[in-house]
Design a protein around this ligand. Structure first.
Ligand SMILES: [Zn+2]
Length: 273
């Protein structure tokens, strides 16, 4: 029995190194997308920096080298070469453009479109709290490269939409909206640790989960949060219920994915059937 247990414990590593079912995210070298960059074999994984943030590195699918999994910001300019450092040495890659559509939303509560100075101050504080969660770097043994959908429902707003609230331009949509009904369960997209929890001005009841190697997921507008700060989670654990807290036009889950402190299209990490 013991021998079998040892083999089972080794199995994920063996599969990972043999390249079988080692599912990387879908590559999309555009603003808001993910670049997969192959690097030569070395004893230890290379340390990579992109825009001041450490980058996820996983064994390559061929099993002979490494692959950097790089999140590209929505603000990246297609005319500029993207610069990385690999163990301190410069490297670059190019990206192509992506024309995200516009979305115009009507918000009844004026404070969510024209917040007063006190509300702006609150938003700044909360934004700093969330950014510091995104910047955390932890190294669980296995990097997470695929995510499970955290709620069931049609997608009501895609990632990257150029947003206008009551005809005023605002930041582009940094996540995916899933139109699940009020009170529907929300589950963890991968194993991780809760690194932020709060009732935020725009995002409502929100948590951020760190999955390690620079990958985090965010869950917003919940009616109820059922986990604590620092709590360890497994894929599928209940973390809260769908709601309509914060700036919303109706109940839904806003699901965000951050890689190297960069918000990217969540669906690139979801196995497409
Ligand atoms: Zn959203």
């Amino acid at each position: 029995m013991k021998k079998f247990a040892a083999i089972y414990a080794l199995l994920p590593t063996l599969l990972m190194w043999s390249g079988i079912s080692w599912a990387l995210p879908t590559e999309s070298r555009v603003p808001g997308g993910v670049a997969l960059i192959d690097l030569p074999a070395s004893q230890t994984p290379p340390e990579i920096d992109y825009l001041g943030n450490r980058v996820m590195v996983v064994p390559s699918e061929t099993g002979t080298g490494w692959t950097a999994v790089v999140g590209i910001p929505l603000s990246a300019k297609t005319s500029e070469t993207q610069k990385l450092t690999v163990n301190g040495k410069p490297m670059s890659f190019g990206i192509s453009g992506k024309d995200y559509p516009e979305q115009r939303l009507k918000i009844k509560q004026r404070k969510y479109v024209e917040p007063d100075p006190k509300q702006v101050e609150r938003w700044r504080r909360e934004s700093a709290e969330q950014k510091s969660a995104y910047k955390q770097w932890s190294e669980p043994k296995d990097a997470v490269t695929r995510l499970a959908m955290p709620a069931q429902g049609p997608y009501s707003s895609a990632f990257g939409l150029k947003r206008f609230y009551n005809d005023q331009p605002r930041s582009p949509h940094s996540g995916l909206d899933i139109a699940a009904p009020d009170g529907a369960p929300i589950t963890a997209a991968a194993p991780g640790v809760v690194t932020a929890k709060g009732h935020y001005f725009f995002n409502g009841n929100t948590i951020i989960v760190d999955h390690g190697h620079g990958l985090s997921t965010m869950y917003c507008h919940m009616s109820e949060i059922s986990v604590e700060l620092g709590q360890k989670l497994e894929t599928g654990d209940l973390i809260g219920l769908v709601g309509k807290t914060g700036r919303v036009t109706g109940p839904h889950l806003h699901w965000g994915v951050s890689l190297n402190n960069t918000r990217i299209d969540p669906l690139l990490f979801v196995q497409q059937n």
